[in-house]
Design a protein around this ligand. Sequence first.
Ligand SMILES: [Mg+2]
Length: 365
Amino acid sequence: MPDHTNPPDPRRRLVPALAACDTPLRAAYDVAMLDLDGVVYRGDGAVDHAAEALSEAAGHGMRLAYVTNNASRTPADVVAKLRALSMPTEDDSVVTSAQAAGRLVADLVPAGSRVLVVGGAGLVQALEERGLVPVRSAQDDPAAVVQGFSPDLGWAQLAEGAYAVAAGVPWIVSNTDTSIPTERGMAPGNGTLVAAVAAASGGVPEVAGKPYAPLFDETVLRVGGERPLVVGDRLDTDIEGANNVGADSLLVFTGVCDLDTAVAAGAYARPTYLAPDLRGLELLQRPVTVDGLEAARCGGVAVLCRDGRLVVDGGAVPEDGQAAVDLLRAAVGLAWHRRDEVGGESGDRLDTSAVRDALRQWGVR
Ligand SMILES: [Mg+2]
């Protein structure tokens, strides 16, 4: 992944341990900043329980913002997709990295400036919204370059980007995700295309999307709210991004993150809260009590560590969503505590298979 020129953010914080919340999350936070792929939908299909859970949260007054690093589509395109999947959606509740990139560019160049677009319709519209003039050639004398993923992006556009960046104009990119999930597997994401332009031009971009601050700040500006809860399925974009701007976060297990990945998270990529899926918005995050290196309890559930193996005390399988959240929290809370006490990336490799088995019917892998 290429380097970036984003300034350090004083709001950045680390999360040593899970926090507790004694009211449902949808009541404790006034806006949910929801990631899309792996949280709300997967490819073309809705994630199980997402529409019902979000309708319930919205019905109780929680504002919903759908926040995506994908700069190829316009917000209206995303709204249409969400509505087709029965997600509660206002016309202005989708915020994209293209919009955040548009604001960054507008802050750098005079109104009416020409800006070279290496990307798709989402970026073009975001620039026009800011009174900038999208162009497609480095010979159009652009004042800046903005780059984002588009499935139609080819060598010719990347070359135009490289020529303009090499000429020294500011370079803003929507995101640096190295891969994107598709139905046939992982495909190159915008980060790989940014790396191509960086390698040819020697330039270093500023990044608009997660895990960096501009997209989160854009969401607050557009959707409002005093106490946002970032909800995501990826540690390195959603959760680390929340920590980068000092926001609380909920990790769900309906996308890329599995239990072993959550257990292995370093302190800057740890979420505030955990739930199998978006039904967690309606549930409590009860305190985790860690007892030495061998046991942790949350609610009525206890997890023990036996010879490097996490086991559920009594072997019970969670009977309701709250018990599933409690089990997740006890297991991850104990694992993080051991990791921090025992130390190091490789110092404490735990076998989580018994906990994963107990949570399988809740969708946790
Ligand atoms: Mg995702």
